[in-house]
Design a protein around this ligand. Sequence first.
Ligand code: ZN
Length: 194
Amino acid sequence: MSDDEKNIASDRQDDAPTALLVRAYAVAARQHAGQTRKDATKTPYINHPIQVANLLSTVAQVTDCQVLAAAVLHDVVEDTDMTLPQLAAEFGDRVAKLVAECTDDKSLPKIERKRLQIINAPHKSPEAKLIKLADKITNVSDIVSADWPVDRKMEYLTWAKQVVAGLRGINSELDAMFEEAVAHAQKGVEGQAS
Ligand code: ZN
């Protein structure tokens, strides 16, 4: 083994932050396999959590691999068969707790889940607020091309603004990005209405 190989291998520990993050991508890809987004071109679902993590890394400058892993995994409990205990066993309690903060209680009616998101947003941890904000930015950006009636798109934008009101103040760049995304989406949806 060369010195270079030894140096690389010495970093290869199961609990290395980068190993955890790469594993998060692999598990999210496996869990979301076959799922698609709501747009007409049926974008693979995994593009969405990847975008959320990318916004945290590039815009909010997050370097904590557990937070980035939680961003990658933020929809696996809500939208796949993976459970919070499974997540905790594979990625640790902190990642599982962050994903739990981003997971709606699916036993409740949809209208109640949406109401609770508005009410609970200000009480989330700062890290969960960043993940939820990045989530809303990508959802709002995707809404124009969504396969939905215009009224439903408008309602979504109004609701997203109400949720985000409770998520602000952690990262100004991400806050500004949401404003831009929502203004752009509103313009796009209004154009579809006329
Ligand atoms: Zn999401």
